[in-house]
Ligand binder design. Structure first.
Ligand code: DC
Length: 220
């Protein structure tokens, strides 16, 4: 069984690229960010303050996260409810970035993530997959891009959807999120020593996919 870990900051294109590669290689794609988002949704719905660690710890006892697949697409269940449609907002993303710093939150998801890798060939993306969740992954990629490029991609996405967007504000938010994810104490975002660094700032999605698939073919 093979496992591929793709880590990197918000907006580097991880999920688009991971989905494409998983399809190509016929691997199961596991989006771990969605699991942190499901927990964040629970905290938001229950008015739990992100800075109140005791309350977060208590709440973790009442949270069960699991995943299933529908037409090959990952669905996240929060205490049995499919919350996939509710977790893609900025509010949930920011809450996930803050609350994923807590030990209890991370411990709630770690076994689930590790167990998934025992069941099939998987491609898992997140922040700490190569460093912490799957330290023995067969291939590790650290996918990044400059904050300017990531902000511009996000801006284009929003404009495309007909939403309002402020490029400078988006870049500021990205920089704050990077800082939170990289500077937390437990399992911070960082490149594993044995990960291949891919900077997608000046690359198309297809180019990134080609580079990663070629790296996998070399070790297969
Ligand atoms: O990839 P994403 O934007 O869906 O992730 C949301 C937040 O979840 C991210 O800011 C940090 C956290 N996260 C994490 O701490 N570890 C992971 N493996 C994946 C996500």
């Amino acid at each position: 069984m093979y496992s591929i870990a793709i880590d990197g900051p918000a907006g580097a294109g991880k999920s688009t690229i991971a989905k494409t590669i998983a399809k190509k290689l016929e691997f199961v794609y596991v989006d771990t960010g969605a699991m942190y988002r499901a927990m964040a949704l629970y905290f938001l719905r229950n008015d739990i303050d992100a800075s109140d660690e005791d309350a977060i710890n208590e709440a973790c006892k009442d949270i069960q996260v699991s995943i299933t697949y529908e037409d090959g697409m990952q669905q996240v269940l929060l205490n049995g409810e499919n919350v996939t449609g509710f977790i893609r907002t900025e509010e949930v993303g920011n809450m996930a970035s803050k609350t994923s710093a807590y030990k209890t939150v991370r411990a709630t998801l770690l076994d689930l993530q590790r167990d998934l890798a025992k069941t099939a060939n998987i491609l898992m993306d997140g922040r700490d997959i190569g460093t912490n969740v799957l330290p023995n992954a067969d291939l590790k990629i650290y996918l990044t891009a400059s904050s300017k490029v990531r902000a511009k991609r996000r801006y284009d996405e929003l404009i495309e959807k007909g939403e309002n967007a402020d490029l400078e504000q988006i870049e500021e938010d990205i920089i704050i999120r990077d800082k939170q994810d990289m500077e937390r104490e437990i399992a911070p975002l960082k490149k594993a020593d044995d990960a291949i660094l891919v900077d997608s700032s000046d690359m198309s999605i297809e180019q990134v996919v080609t580079v990663i698939v070629a790296a996998f073919e070399e070790i297969r």
